[in-house]
Design a protein around this ligand. Structure first.
Ligand SMILES: Cc1cc2nc3c(=O)[nH]c(=O)nc-3n(C[C@H](O)[C@H](O)[C@H](O)COP(=O)(O)O)c2cc1C
Ligand SMILES: C=C(O[C@@H]1CC(C(=O)O)=C[C@@H](OP(=O)(O)O)[C@H]1O)C(=O)O
Length: 334
């Protein structure tokens, strides 16, 4: 499945070591001011090679709008966005042609398709997320006039919660040839009440699906999430008064529909699978092998996922806004 969304549809294309990665956004309303400069800042925040705490692959990730705009505004036609791959080092993957990396998608892609692009993981690479970020940046542009904004941050790395300690965890793991995971939080502010499509298109279900669809995300919680399982009803419920809700344990969604409060989402991000530490695996013939993965890899993926998660949330909310407009008109939700 390469397409995300029912109304605001994003089809991504491209492989990590192919010519380019991009997205076609279909269903974007006409008349939205959109230029490359509106999308580029999001790609700049996501691109690899910005710090020694992430993959050393050097990509400028300059986006080009190929279609769907005229005189700086969207036309309602499909918007094609493309970014060239420049700093591929496919030789790094020669030794991985016939060997499956533990924790990566090599084994399962081979099982599903009977072949795989071993160079950088092809489309299973985190590089594919640049296309989601480009599409999400368009969605963010569409949401802005409705007063909706989205922001994410890293809240924990390998158990540490202070910025300096989080950085130390990443450095220590990297220097040991290992990797660490973390927790990312994303919040959407300004969403109207009423977004989400019960029974099978619930907003929280759509958010969870969008976030779990990001590589390395192993858990998603909304509001109290897993902590809700340990609360009394009297602690979990958000009292409602004339002035609105007194708290937001629900995380902005009730019955699969937005409450009008902040939407609060947290993601559990696993440690990067490609590590130098020697691990046990098999090759394509089923023979046992030892593997140590070299090349350029993020020692921790959580910081890199922040802009991706923001953009996936924007795509879900924009899709829900267009769905709601079918029932109530965009004016009623704005
Ligand atoms: C932004 C981003 C960057 C990533 N960087 C790396 C990396 O450098 N090395 C690696 O092995 N995996 C990396 N991953 C994770 C793999 O792509 C992912 O673990 C793999 O596709 C298997 O999917 P799963 O972990 O969801 O099961 C990254 C993922 C994202 C979203
Ligand atoms: C290229 C990106 O991240 C890549 C994600 C990735 C993986 O296995 O997911 C592995 C590495 O790929 P390569 O070996 O080609 O450098 C990362 O650099 C990117 O985010 O743009």
């Amino acid at each position: 499945m390469n397409t995300f969304g029912r109304n605001f549809r994003s089809t991504t294309f491209g492989e990590s070591h192919g010519k380019a990665v991009g997205v076609v956004v279909d269903g974007c309303p006409p008349g939205v001011a959109l230029a490359e400069a509106d999308i580029q800042p999001y790609l700049d925040r996501r691109r690899p090679g910005k710090s020694p705490l992430e993959s050393g692959r050097q990509e400028a990730d300059r986006v080009e709008i190929l279609s769907g705009t005229f005189e700086g505004k969207t036309t309602g036609a499909p918007i094609a966005l493309v970014v060239s791959n420049r700093d591929v080092r496919s030789g790094d993957y020669d030794a991985l042609r016939d060997v499956f990396r533990p924790g990566h998608a090599d084994y399962t892609w081979q099982a599903k398709y009977g072949l795989r692009d071993h160079r950088g993981g092809g489309r299973s690479s985190g590089r594919e997320t640049l296309a989601r970020v480009a599409a999400g940046a368009v969605a963010i542009r569409c949401l802005a006039p409705y007063g909706i904004s989205i922001r994410g941050k890293v809240v924990e790395i390998h158990g540490a919660t202070e910025p300096a300690a989080m950085e130390e965890e990443i450095i220590a793991a990297r220097d040991a040839g290992d990797s660490v995971g973390g927790i990312v939080e994303v919040r959407a502010v300004g969403c109207p009440a009423g977004l989400g499509d019960p029974v099978f298109g619930k907003l929280d279900a759509a958010i969870a699906g969008a976030m779990m669809g990001i590589g390395a995300v192993k858990g998603v919680e909304i509001g109290e999430g897993f902590a809700a399982a340990r609360l009394f009803g009297s602690e979990m419920n958000d009292p409602i008064g004339e002035a609105g809700f007194a708290s937001n344990h629900a995380g902005g969604v009730l019955g699969g529909i937005s409450t009008g409060q902040e939407i609060v989402v947290r993601l559990a991000v696993k440690p990067t699978p490609s590590i130098r530490r020697v691990q046990q695996t098999i090759d394509i013939a089923g023979e046992e092998q030892e593997i140590s993965v070299g090349g350029r890899h993020d020692p921790c993926i959580a910081p890199r996922i922040v802009p991706v998660a923001e953009c996936m949330l924007a795509l879900v909310i924009m899709d829900a806004m267009l769905e709601q407009a079918k029932y109530r008109g965009l004016g009623a939700t704005g």
